[in-house]
Design a protein around this ligand. Structure first.
Ligand SMILES: Nc1nc2c(c(=O)[nH]1)N[C@H]1C(S)=C(S)[C@@H](COP(=O)(O)O)O[C@H]1N2
Ligand SMILES: [Mo]
Length: 197
């Protein structure tokens, strides 16, 4: 018995370094969606950022792909306690998309095809922390996982990585999105275990 528990303990310690508290490792990629999967043709797809004066910056599929595309190797952590390490994505950095956006507001609401919303501070979208991702593991992002494109904000719990992203609205103060109105934390730092209210 002692040998078994020591072995288990050391395996646990190895993964504990890269796993936030209360998370377990999975090799699967579970699908978690609050509603049906919207099907958006890339010909109809559009992403926009709207500032406080109503000025809209817009990108269609071609325009998005004309921007610098980055490879992202990152861990992801779902509030339902699964984590995946070393996931590979391709996408456009929010730094690139915000370059010409004129705003003094510090909060954003992400809006999705299908109606889902989630709030994210602007600071958490900049400085290489967030992307509009359209490729997972070398393939087009599956509709179930948010394709054609989703927000990827891997340093926060995965409910902040809005699937089927349609736009970001600048806000003067923090407001709750879909899950945040239903008991999830306003910020959602996995390392602080900010799961619920
Ligand atoms: N539009 C939209 N985005 C969403 C969700 C959703 O229901 N709708 N679920 C969120 C939650 S709770 C999680 S854990 C992740 C799940 O992403 P996955 O299905 O690719 O694993 O997407 C997030 N983004
Ligand atoms: Mo989630």
């Amino acid at each position: 018995m002692a040998v078994i528990s020591r072995g288990f303990g050391s395996r646990r310690r190895e993964s504990d370094d890269s796993l936030p508290p209360g998370q377990y490792l999975t090799k699967d990629f579970p699908v978690l969606s609050a509603g049906p999967t919207p099907r958006i043709d890339t010909a109809d797809w559009e992403f926009s950022i709207t500032n406080e004066t109503g000025v809209v910056s817009r990108w269609n599929w071609e325009q998005l792909h004309a921007l610098p595309i980055e490879d992202i190797d990152t861990d992801i952590h779902c509030v339902t306690r699964w984590s995946k390490l070393g996931t590979n994505w391709r996408g456009v950095s929010l730094d690139t998309l915000f370059k010409d956006v004129d705003t003094v507001y510090e909060h954003t609401m992400a809006h999705c095809y299908g109606g889902y919303t989630t709030n994210i501070p602007l600071a958490d979208l900049l400085d290489g922390k967030a992307w509009i991702a359209f490729d997972f593991d070398g393939e087009d992002l599956d509709p179930e996982h948010g394709g054609p494109a989703r927000l990827l904000v891997p340093h926060l719990y995965f409910w902040k990585s809005a699937k089927w992203i349609k736009g970001l609205q600048m806000l003067p103060q923090d407001q709750p999105g879909f899950w945040e109105q239903n008991g999830y934390n306003m910020y959602g730092d996995p390392w602080q275990e900010q799961r619920y209210w």
